[in-house]
Design a protein around this ligand. Structure first.
Ligand SMILES: Cc1cc2nc3c(=O)[nH]c(=O)nc-3n(C[C@H](O)[C@H](O)[C@H](O)COP(=O)(O)OP(=O)(O)OC[C@H]3O[C@@H](n4cnc5c(N)ncnc54)[C@H](O)[C@@H]3O)c2cc1C
Length: 637
């Protein structure tokens, strides 16, 4: 009986934890520091609670609809990329009433199409030194600080990655060694690991496919330095879900189609939103609207002022994915200057190799596609540094992304494109946050929320606490957490004859689940074990059926594309494998979301069209002759 009472008391205490913290905040005249400590403790408890779940989509939509002119949200965020979700999380953790709408899926824009590096920007350091440019040096300091923070707050999704720079004469060795030592020095206590020189023999041992000769010069050695690497879209989904756990009403597949202005003073006071899944439109109101629409932020600004000048200077970057054997598991290769002066890199990522190069100017489109000459350029450039041939037919996937480089409209020199971010209120009530990079999303969000507080005279319960706030799944996660999954769980699956058979939760699967979902991986493994959803979705990849069900229930996964592109990364890793996984993915989503036959057919058709924008060797117009006859477009059955 006493035990029961204690348990009940515990439950009540937990349930009222949030309100108690809020009450404490209100009733005690605490200092700013005390308020932040309390807010952080409260946020941490809510995010780390293993029984907590994000509110269903319907509740989120109803909350947005319920925000009226007389009872508005504090902040409405437009855009669910890294920046927008970072803003929603920052504002919600300061106790503000927040809504976020994303017209496609969280991370469907640039934020799932990055190089996946969390970096300080070695190249900006070079510019800082050679141009004696303090602005560039400040950028590097800032990014290095944020790099450490991102890795600490989402340790399951981010890690330090050694990157090798090959040197073909002794002058290069000295130049890169000195430069990268300076990078270490600037990072100071935020350094991940010390950079160092390796002889050519040691380098080949570490990176067996590295060429000993390049352009008639022999390899003199390599300099290895460290930056961070992430699973970008999963981190983005983590930000959206963490914000939702802290009370933000986040809604994907919901597009702002116009802004609502106060007739008396022209201030932006809300937005008209269309639910792109149901077609339903509604109004939502907010004291301040934050425009985080990335490359599309000028189109949102023009909803308020059709004469607004462009802030965005779009630049596109292409990546290709190759089999794992081109690069060793824990080592990247970065060539800062190829023969035509571009950067080229090959990085291990989720069991495959990502290769790419720097940007070229582009136009803004929703689904950018890599051009064949861009893919060929990357293949040619990396071939120069490898002792094996890299063939077009090896390309498993290829994608393009648009970088929202920003010009500050309030800067004196409007020609200058900044690698820094810009926060700008060019219309009352509408704050645009853009530019910057993935690495700095957290501080970009902090600056945008500070600006929103000033603009809307908002009264947050505390200052910014996101520096020390883990993303959902990150609190309590350890690199060895995967062993618990392997020890405790089996994955039960239906055999081809419909019989239930047990399967092993081997280390490749348990490592994948542990990294992708952090401490939430046990929930996914539980579904695999208890609901007979333990089959792999595609041969050669660790993604399980259970993940589809988990993502539909806990991560707002509303379509097959949401799953293959942003929840799992199959579309990015291997478009053919993603295509093969589609029937299973659609079946599971259909039973989670109660889809009819027409919707299932539509999902398949849309997914195939989407995959055609990823130019693997299978769907490219080109191949190297080995696979003649395979460059067909997929039939939509
Ligand atoms: C090729 C490439 C490589 C990169 N590599 C790196 C890297 O390695 N490291 C790094 O730190 N950074 C990198 N970046 C930069 C980084 O990816 C971007 O700075 C960052 O993702 C921008 O995020 P965002 O949220 O501002 O934009 P986005 O991710 O594009 O998000 C904007 C969102 O707004 C939505 N939206 C637009 N209009 C509306 C509307 N009317 N209503 C509702 N929603 C709307 C869009 O659908 C979109 O999802 C790279 C960028 C590119 C292109």
């Amino acid at each position: 009986m006493a035990a029961f009472r204690l348990k009940a008391l515990g439950a009540v205490a937990t349930a009222t934890g949030a309100s108690w913290a809020a009450l404490t905040l209100l009733s005690t005249p605490a200092s700013a520091g005390d308020r932040e400590a309390l807010a952080l403790e409260d946020a941490r408890r809510r995010v780390a609670d293993p029984t907590a779940a994000v509110p269903p989509r319907e509740i989120q939509e109803a909350a947005l609809m319920g925000a009226s002119a007389t009872s508005p949200l504090d902040v409405l965020v437009i855009g669910g990329g890294a920046t927008g979700c970072g803003v929603a999380l920052d504002a919600a953790s300061r106790g503000l009433r927040v809504g976020l709408v994303e017209r496609d899926d969280f991370s469907s824009g640039s934020s799932s199409r990055s190089t996946k590096l969390i970096h300080g920007g070695v190249r900006y350091l070079e510019k800082a030194v050679f141009n004696l440019d303090y602005g560039q040096l400040k950028l590097v300091f800032h990014a290095l600080k944020e790099r450490k923070q991102v890795i600490e707050n989402a340790p399951h999704l981010c890690h330090a990655l050694p990157c090798m720079t090959p040197c073909f004469d002794w002058l290069e060795v000295v130049y890169y060694w000195a430069g990268l030592k300076l990078y270490d020095l600037v990072a100071g206590r935020r350094m991940l690991h010390l950079s160092r020189y390796y002889s050519s023999d040691e380098s080949i041992e570490l990176f067996p496919t590295l060429a000993r000769k390049g352009h008639n010069r022999s390899l003199k050695g390599t300099v290895v330095y460290y930056d961070g690497q992430m699973n970008d879209s999963r981190l983005n989904i983590g930000l959206a879900c963490t914000a939702a756990l802290l009370g933000a009403s986040v809604l994907n597949h919901a597009e702002v189609i116009s802004l609502i202005m106060d007739a008396s003073n022209e201030r932006v006071i809300g937005a008209r939103v269309r639910n792109n899944l149901s077609g339903k439109e509604f109004d939502t109101y907010a004291k301040v609207t934050v425009n985080a629409a990335g490359p599309f932020c000028d189109s949102v600004r023009r909803m308020a002022n059709k004469n607004a000048l462009n802030m965005i200077c779009p630049s596109s970057g292409v990546h290709i994915v190759l089999p794992d054997y081109y690069s060793p598991e824990g080592m990247g290769l970065i060539v800062p200057k190829t023969k035509d002066g571009r950067v080229v890199f090959m990085l291990p990522w989720l069991g495959r190799t990502v290769a790419g190069t720097t940007d070229s100017s582009t136009v803004i489109t929703m689904l950018p596609e890599p051009r064949e000459d861009e893919i060929q350029f990357i293949l040619d450039a990396i071939c120069d540094y490898l002792n094996v041939q890299v063939r077009r037919s090896d390309v498993l996937s290829a994608w393009s992304g648009i970088r929202p480089l920003a010009m500050d409209p309030s800067a004196k020199n409007t020609e200058s494109i900044s690698r820094d971010h810009v926060v700008h209120e060019d219309h009352p009530g509408l704050i645009t946050i853009t530019g910057g990079k993935w690495t700095t999303y957290r501080s970009m969000a902090e600056d945008a929320v500070d600006a929103a507080i000033r603009s809307g005279q908002l009264t947050p319960s505390s200052g910014c606490v996101t520096e020390q706030l883990h993303i959902v799944g990150g609190d309590g996660w350890e690199p060895a957490s995967f062993t618990i999954l392997a020890q405790r769980f089996t994955r039960r699956k239906k055999s081809y004859r419909g019989k239930i058979v047990p399967g092993l939760m081997d280390s490749s699967i348990s490592k994948h689940l542990s990294h992708a979902y952090g401490t939430m991986a046990e929930k996914v493994a539980g579904i695999a074990q208890n609901e007979n959803l333990g089959k792999k979705l595609a041969h050669g990849y660790p993604f399980l059926e259970a993940e589809v069900a988990y993502c539909a229930r806990h991560e707002y996964c509303e379509s097959a594309i949401d799953f293959i592109a942003r929840r799992s990364r199959l579309a990015f890793l291997d478009t053919d494998a993603a295509r093969r996984a589609l029937p299973l993915v659609i079946d599971i989503l259909s039973s989670e979301h109660k889809w009819d036959k027409t919707r299932k057919k539509l999902e398949l058709q849309k997914s195939i069209e989407f995959l055609e924008t990823f130019k693997s060797s299978k769907n490219a117009q080109f191949n190297d002759g080995k696979l003649t006859g395979t460059s067909t477009t997929w039939a939509s059955t």
